[in-house]
Write a protein that binds this ligand. Sequence first.
Ligand code: NAD
Ligand code: UD1
Length: 338
Amino acid sequence: MAILVTGGAGYIGSHTVVELLEQNYQVVVVDNLYNSQIEVLDRIEEITGKKVKFYQIDILDKAAMTQVFAENEIEAVIHFASYKAVGESVIKPLMYYHNNIEGTVALLEVMNHAGVKDIVFSSSATVYGEDNPSPLKESMPTDTANNPYGYTKVVIEHLLQDLAKADSEWSVTLLRYFNPIGAHESGRIGENPNGIPNNLMPYITQVAIGKLPELSVFGQDYQTHDGTGVRDYIHVVDLAKGHIKALEKNKEQLGVKVYNLGTGIGFSVLDLVKAFQTVNHIEIPYRLAPRRPGDIDICFADASKAKEELNWQTEKTLEDMCRDSWNWQSQNPKGYCE
Ligand code: NAD
Ligand code: UD1
């Protein structure tokens, strides 16, 4: 029996595939390589000494996906495949609704047909919107996302809830990720954004490597300890391990389960910059810039539910995240294009 990982060549998917292989799961990866490179599969094999069965397929291609289920004994699916750039989703909403929502509907139809009713879904803290106060709890309302990307997550969460309500054989876990950063400690896999990064950590590592001149710190008048935005940064390897716990949970309990995957601790932009500088002995030039539209003051998890029900909690520190992000970037200055 194997776990099908959609989007398994991407940033979080590749780290999760490594953890699955290390825990002796068989893995089948489906990815159209829209936002990833084939090289990542060799790197996964290098780290684990194990081969991954790979299909370069779009999840919207139902015939090809049906074939994957026919050729493999799939017991469960971890569904990462999605577009994820918030700004782009505002400019190209149809592209996002089509790929993320229709892609998920197509996947669920194929799964239903194959009788595989076990799924772990990549949701996001973005579903909590702007109005809920941190620490964010799974029971808080989640219908106020403020951009099309966020809405695709809200809609897919609803879709999976409705599916499980209609058919009690479905086992669904919705994982709401906070801010994943870091990389595998080997430095062989990591985040490889296209173009100029939008997110803080890849921006910092590209400043550190000299690709970008300086960091802009967006906003200094937030209601936080130093005025800069506070987020719950989580090491991608801790996050990956949470998916194994979710698979186990799906086996023991049918229906829908929802968990935050975060550390429960908020750090500011300047906390992160300082930690990066101290751990890696590199100065990060930065300038104070206006707020970025759409950003909120503070966002961090109440991580207690995942601890109690999944027996999962983060193990890595902010320093580990800074060290591993830099280890990946410095070893792979051009990402996978070496
Ligand atoms: P990523 O872009 O690195 O990985 C997504 C992968 O899916 C890519 O390899 C891409 O080629 C593939 N893909 C996209 N559309 C596809 C399609 N139609 N068919 C087949 N493959 C397709 O992104 P990531 O950071 O690894 O994120 C994984 C998941 O986690 C996404 O669903 C994302 O929305 C969610 N998420 C990410 C973050 C984050 O900060 N990275 C935060 C919260 C939630
Ligand atoms: C962003 C997405 C969110 C997604 C999350 C996952 C937006 C508006 N939100 O969240 O939907 O779920 O990524 O990773 O894009 N910052 C700077 N300078 C920079 C970049 C960021 O100061 O060059 C600050 C931001 O203002 C914020 C913090 O760093 O306070 C983190 O930003 P980022 O990494 O982009 O994540 P989020 O905004 O939390």
